[in-house]
Design a protein around this ligand. Structure first.
Ligand code: GLC
Length: 382
């Protein structure tokens, strides 16, 4: 039997959550067992190279951004889909050169290209799902089409949470929930929680409307005691610059002590510096790596439900959960934790222990075993 070799396929090389999760995952898998192929140039190629992960760039000759779900009409979706299929054919050759035994598609676009590439290379395709395939993100019809597509072309799925898995069709397909793991590089004790008037709050994540930073700013404007400083850590990658401008306007108009840091490669220093991490997605977060990172870094975490954070946080024990989109509830949660330093310390201590359950080494083992066991052929006798 040939040893497993997985090629991960990504349609974007921007350092967004899914791509960073892939970076950590492949770093935790045995050396020589993975490579990553990008169809667009970007910072991820450098980040992978820095860790010695073999990467290839097979550039796209059309603008797949035109396919961004909310903007695309049926016609541009169809033209985009055709472009992805053509690119998939070229990718098939690359995947063969890399001696892959399994191809792992890390997004919906990658799934489409990957179906063609895996077919050409005669290897099974696995879909690594980082998004909930649900009507609230994709619209009813597109969600249905993507689910059926995934079921049809992928031999197995790896989901980043139980919630994500539940949004897929998995009948007679291999399925694994592999939480994106955290790398526990810095084991030093985090600094103590500050007194109420001194608190520092961090909100970490790409600036995007569904991540709810605008709701956060409005919730913050209503708190009884403002924190000393708030860091909005995160960049805009996918045509979201106007959203950033809007947020900056809100922050100024509401006279809030907010600093926009832009994208940072490693937000850990901000998290270690902060007393409170707020995660405020207004749609169900598929997983929410930053919640675990904040817990590990010693923050008292406020996160939203439903979604991945519900699988991470035990409310009142190692963090607080508020209903997504409920601004009043977010203000109340902020008031509670800002005022109560002891509560913050208690939540943060328990959170550090809980974060240990999300070790990327474990995800790496589970995914390696899963990919090694994917049947080569679609139909097995007996
Ligand atoms: C996507 C999801 C996020 C998850 C990440 C890693 O970015 O939106 O919730 O943490 O992928 O799987």
């Amino acid at each position: 039997m040939t040893a497993m070799k997985a090629v991960f396929l990504a349609h974007t090389a921007a350092p967004s959550g899914a791509e960073l999760a892939t970076l950590r995952l492949v770093s935790a898998m045995p050396a020589g067992r993975c490579a990553v192929v990008y169809t667009e140039d970007g910072p991820m190629l450098r980040l992978m190279a820095e860790r010695g992960i073999p990467t290839r760039l097979v550039p796209n000759d059309f603008d797949s951004r035109a396919m961004t779900i909310d903007k695309a009409g049926v016609r541009s979706l169809a033209i985009g889909a055709l472009g992805l299929l053509r690119l998939g054919w070229r990718l098939g050759a690359t995947v063969r050169e890399l001696d892959a035994t399994v191809l792992v598609a890390g997004s919906t676009k990658a799934l489409l290209m990957g179906a063609v590439a895996a077919g050409r290379a005669r290897i099974p395709l696995v879909w690594h799902v980082h998004d909930r395939i649900s009507a609230d993100y994709f619209g009813r019809w597109l969600a249905l089409i993507i689910r059926v597509l995934g079921w049809t072309v992928a031999r197995g799925v790896i989901a980043n949470s139980r919630g994500t898995l539940a949004s897929l069709y998995t009948w007679r397909r291999r399925a694994l929930v592999a939480y994106p793991g955290v790398e526990f590089a810095d084991a030093a004790e985090p600094p103590e929680q500050r007194p109420a008037a001194e608190t520092i709050v961090a909100v970490v994540g790409r600036l995007a409307p569904w991540k709810g930073q605008d709701l956060f700013l409005r919730a913050l404007a209503d708190v009884k005691n403002l924190p000393r400083e708030v860091f909005l850590v995160g960049g805009t990658f996918f045509d979201e610059e106007s959203y950033r401008a809007e947020l900056e306007m809100h922050a100024t108009a509401l006279d809030l002590p907010v600093t926009f840091t832009g994208h940072v490669d490693d937000p850990e220093s901000y998290l270690r510096h902060a007393d409170i991490l707020v995660h405020c997605s207004v749609l169900p977060e598929p997983f929410g790596q930053v919640v675990v990172e904040g817990m590990h870094a010693g923050c008292a975490v406020i996160a939203t439900r439903p979604g991945g954070p519900e699988e991470i946080v035990e409310p009142g024990v190692n963090g607080l959960l508020v209903t997504a989109g409920d601004r009043g509830a977010l203000t109340r949660a902020l008031d509670t934790v800002i005022a109560d330093r002891e509560l913050r310390a208690k939540l943060a201590d328990a959170a550090r222990v809980r974060a240990r359950d999300f070790d990327v080494a474990e995800s790496g083992r589970a995914v390696t075993a899963f990919l090694s066991d994917i049947p080569r052929r679609r139909w097995r006798r007996g």
